[in-house]
Design a protein around this ligand. Sequence first.
Ligand SMILES: [Zn+2]
Ligand SMILES: [Zn+2]
Length: 337
Amino acid sequence: MKAIVYTEPNAVAVLERDMPALAPGEALLRIDASGICGSDLHAYHGHDPRRKPGLVLGHEFAGTVVASSDESRLAVGQRVTANPLVTCGHCDYCLQGRENLCANRGMVGMSRPGALSEYLAIPIRCAIPIPDALASVSAALAEPAATALHAVNLTMRALARPLPEARVLVIGGGAIGMLAAALVRSYGCGEVQVAETNALRRASVTRHLGCDAVDPLAGPLPESAFDVVIDAVGAGATRKLAIAAARPGGVVMHIGLQDWASEIDMRKLTLAELTLLGTYTYTMADLRATVAALERGSFGTLEWVETRALSDGPAAFADLAAGRVAAGKVVLIPETV
Ligand SMILES: [Zn+2]
Ligand SMILES: [Zn+2]
């Protein structure tokens, strides 16, 4: 089978790989659609010590079951997406339903072969059936959409007033920023702004989300003006921007993690009673809720998602790395589909 393999910094290649073996408790999927994540690009640049050369990348996918070790739990022919986090299932975090914090977790496209491939083996307990009305390309967005949903959930718990009353700033018009902005709008937020430095992506935000898109480099954003600031980039400059833009009593949600060394304005955080939150991935419950929300259209039409053939993967990585792609998400479709 063909797979997109990270070969060395700034290079991926379409290589021939053995078909995955069917292990007990697992199912074998033919991949129908598989997204390229910002973290795959991070690996591509050689910036992720956990993703080493030789690894098949990708962890955002939809597929069709072609073999199952337990047909009573997951039948051949069923379309599924899946939780790429493979957790232990018995530590305190897993038992509390906070399995994204499990210390013994593995991950598809990191500790296991990834989904930018023609076939993939996954544990049956990680699989989530795709409703008939939901296209596979949309279902492949469940993973980043669940990251946005989990973050918005945590934000809502920290807010003093209901979310629809909030003025929201989303920093970053990549997939997570787009999905978070679409979700808060579907929850009833009227005032949602997206800050994005790439002009192609600003145009995509305005066109597909109907949100106000601003270039944070063109002029200063209003200070202390937003009840909620979602940093979907996670760099020193965006963290500074997020704290500055948050209104007293506001919530700053940190989703992206481009780098982590930062000086935080602790004076403002303290005097303005800001809540600064971190978030990591999602739980199985978030993923199931996300698949339902995708079917309902809570993340919008997803027309901004670009699809390409799996064999175009290396070109897609190069285009994404060079900022030549307007879409916040590129989804690859294997030629076997
Ligand atoms: Zn991802
Ligand atoms: Zn665990």
